[in-house]
Design a protein around this ligand. Sequence first.
Ligand SMILES: *Cc1c(COP(=O)(O)O)cnc(C)c1O
Length: 563
Amino acid sequence: MISERPEPPPADLPEPTDDDYRLGTHAYTNEQRTAVLAKLEEHLSRRRGRLLGYQTNLSLDGHASLGRFLSYHINNIGDPFVDSHYSLHSRWLERAVLEHYARLWHAPLPLDPTAPQDGDGWGYVLSMGSTEGNLYALWNARDYLDGNALVRDEISGDASCRTTYIRAKHPDDNPNAYAPVAFFSQETHYSHIKAMRVLDIPTFYDLGGSLYPGQCPLEPAGAGTQTYNGWPLGGVPTTGGDEGPGTVDVDALVALVDFFAAKGHPVLVNFNIGSVFKGAYDDVEYACERLRPVFAAHGLVDRSVRFDPDDPDRVSVRNGYWIHVDGALGGAYAPYLEKARDAGLIKTASPVFDFRIPEVSSIVTSGHKYPGAPVPTGIYMSRAGSKLRPPSDPAVVSSPDSTFAGSRSGFASLAMWNHLAQFSEEQQVRQAAEVLQVAEYTADRLRNLSDLLRERGEPWAEDGIEVGHGDHALSVWFQQPRAEITEKYSLACVPLNLGGRRHDYSHVYVMPHVTRELIDELLDDLARPGAFDRSAEGDADRPPLPRDHIPQAPTRTAPSPRH
Ligand SMILES: *Cc1c(COP(=O)(O)O)cnc(C)c1O
């Protein structure tokens, strides 16, 4: 591919400061503006070369030609499948991108978007990343589970007005029928926690701790795990705890779901495909196999939602569970691992997570993480038949208000399309295999270094550097080195709570821009004497960390407990 990168600015410019960019009542001259923007560009181009700690792909060579579109305000306001009167849009490209992901995730888009068939997908290109996608998914999930009207529900009479928030009434024998409870692992991203707060969806430990103290069906939590009346705070335990690979413990998940389903609650489960710190892939297929009989045993399959107890026709048949897949990083990467395995390029692939699994309701991914984009973006996709009725019908837009944002970035769709259009499937498959091999190379080299430091009795690393790497993960984590190194490579730093004691970790995320040469350079720096000496950076003997989630009394659903 021909590089379209502009000439790099001179490398001797100082770092930008706030003073360089302050806005006042006077305009900058063109020279002043060009000069301070060059400083910004120099900073970006210098940092890009060594950024190792975050899961964004920085190989964006093919995008410089998109600069000409910055003279247009491209806005895909409204539904991606229904054109609006706002004519400066890129919906043709958005729909092509959605079709690509629908194929990748095995939920074909409907031939006629107004009449989707069972199994068809629906979605849109996000203007934010997976944060928006998670929020939208959980909103849809909450309203689906607590008995709000869907697009497909025929609702007669006054209630056909879209602006009526039609809600089912719980049956007399189950006050919890429309009180969903959320389940997600301890490795779950903060955007998910935030979305549950915004939407006031109670977590299993909020509800368990306040309504069912001491009745948690799990074994008592080990040292260092914080609990709320016996319920593990922060989510469903992961296999092997903080020292494990970060995948959800399916036995624990099933036991917890069974507990709440038996009390009549509908169930909202989040799985991670590429968890935020460890890059872990939950085994969605196996977990769904285990959950299937639990859902069936507690009447959560094809249950009837009644909008009017006196009118037997006003009923919506739907499931009492919603399975969401947060694939912020892995959703767009893992499918190519599967194809790479089928092509014989790698031995094994990560577990299946997509719409081939009948229980999976929605998937999100962040476009800027994988495959890469110059602006935050992503994909939301769900089953068309589970789509909510839009809460209002703004005539001015003349396209249904079926997305989260009003104005939506048309540039994001353009950038996603431009990336995908440059690569054949075969190239994508090769890239995925190569990225995984570089990640495994990184883990091997770090493990060897760990042995070496242990043999050498390196101060601050006498026990090695606790290297972790899960199967097929693009993240490799190890003991946090000194600040010069984390800064040089923009390494992410995360403290973990191991057996009640705080351990500080850094991780490397191997993305397509990360080469073996860059990993070698990092390893050279980490092998230097004193690389892990953080004595000047604060004390190492720290107390255990509180989990970042503070339990709250459930407010929205406040169901009465049923035993
Ligand atoms: C990054 C990430 C998110 C949030 O995505 P944004 O694109 O930053 O909004 C959500 N979940 C996981 C697992 C992530 O890694």
